[in-house]
Design a protein around this ligand. Structure first.
Ligand code: SF4
Length: 209
């Protein structure tokens, strides 16, 4: 994992370079994408795992470049939300166009291996978020619209109530724009339902409880 993280850091630099920013600034643009109401400085710092002064410096640099804009929070006029501008979205797309080393490695796997990797990553991310090591991510397994195994035995067993459509295991989302965080009890029930056909995940969960 350390080796993969090293390669992914190199990918981050390449994407940030294509966008004309540094990796922290690029991560801010990425977190703002798909959030029309924006995020506060505090929320951005929390999402990135950096201090508020660090986030503030990066936000100021992005604002000077015209990639983000500050708007008063409609609920609390004393605070501001940070929003992506059209220019910021274009910069982000320039970064997304870069095919990273890690992406190439994933593409080299056969579909079954890719699906297994996706579910393993979801389980790891979920563990980190449920132990409060990281914020809740915009994943299907933490979304109030997710109905796992709603279509038992079908090629696309899961259901998304947001778009009212079935989807397969390989289409599980890790960063979905339409995601809405379910409450903890719903998330726990969803996870139990999701892993019911996956004995290895279930066994691990029982060992951890
Ligand atoms: S809205 Fe997005 S995160 Fe939620 S279930 Fe549908 S696809 Fe998954």
């Amino acid at each position: 994992m350390t080796r993969i993280a090293t390669a992914m850091r190199a990918d981050d630099w390449q994407r940030a370079k294509a966008a004309g920013v540094n990796p922290t600034q690029y991560a801010i643009l990425d977190h703002l994408d798909g959030r029309p109401a924006g995020l506060s400085v505090k929320d951005l710092a929390f999402q990135l795992g950096v201090s508020q002064p660090t986030a503030t410096d990066s936000i100021a640099a992005l604002e000077r470049k015209g990639l983000i804009v500050k708007h008063p929070d409609p609920v609390d006029r004393r605070s501001v939300n940070i929003l992506l501008t059209e220019q910021g979205r274009a910069a982000l797309e320039a970064g997304h166009a870069v095919t990273g080393i890690a992406e190439q490695a994933v593409a080299s796997l056969v579909p079954d291996e890719q699906e297994h990797l996706l579910v393993t990553l979801i389980a790891m991310i979920r563990h980190m978020q449920e132990t409060n090591a990281i914020p809740v991510q915009r994943m299907c397994v933490s979304c109030r619209y997710f109905r796992p195994h709603a279509h038992a035995g079908a090629a696309r067993p899961h259901h998304c109530n947001f778009v009212d459509a079935a989807f397969g295991q390989q289409d599980l989302r890790i960063d979905c724009r339409e995601h809405e965080t379910a409450d903890p009890s719903f998330r726990a029930a969803t996870w139990n339902a999701f892993q019911k056909d996956r004995p290895s995940l279930q066994a691990n969960e029982e060992r951890g409880s």
